[in-house]
Ligand binder design. Structure first.
Ligand code: 5GP
Length: 134
């Protein structure tokens, strides 16, 4: 059965989209740990990041790097932190989180951001990331 992220990539489930290229997709985490928390996924559905081929692994990180650059320009923060957990959704994904302090990277404390704010965040981040994808 297709993962929830494959359904998002295919447009069967809505998301706040940030960017995509031929092999990757980025969208806002629905329960962010900080505003702008973005998930970067390969379109090829592989559960565990370290089971990706070398080529897929490097390509995913290079795409995530472009997304992170735009994210940092769009959301006030000190750094973009990166994490890989994967205990909830068995489709490889990288968490990119705008942080000001270590405490912002607390995956036990999820935020609920209203839909209109998520929409506005996604539009702003998407425009900034777009420049790095060209
Ligand atoms: P992990 O698998 O890395 O432990 O966590 C999965 C992440 O995906 C969580 O941060 C969770 O909030 C996010 N997530 C789960 N389902 C959905 C969904 O349907 N849409 C979006 N945008 N994010 C989701």
């Amino acid at each position: 059965m297709a993962s929830i992220f494959t359904k998002i990539i295919n447009g069967e489930i809505p998301c706040y989209k940030i960017a995509e290229d031929e092999k990757h997709f980025a969208f806002l985490d629905i329960n962010p740990v900080a505003p702008g928390h973005t998930l970067v996924v390969p379109k090829h559905e592989v559960s565990y990041i370290f089971d990706l081929s070398e080529e897929e692994y490097v390509a995913l990180e290079l795409f995530a790097r472009k997304v992170a650059k735009g994210l940092q320009e769009a959301v006030p923060c000190t750094r973009i932190a990166e994490a890989v957990i994967g205990l909830e959704v068995p489709h490889t994904h990288i968490h990119l989180v705008p942080i000001k302090s270590e405490g912002d990277m607390n995956f036990s404390r999820k935020l609920s951001i209203p839909s209109d704010e998520m929409q506005a965040l996604a539009a702003k981040i998407s425009a900034a990331v777009d420049i790095h994808l060209k």
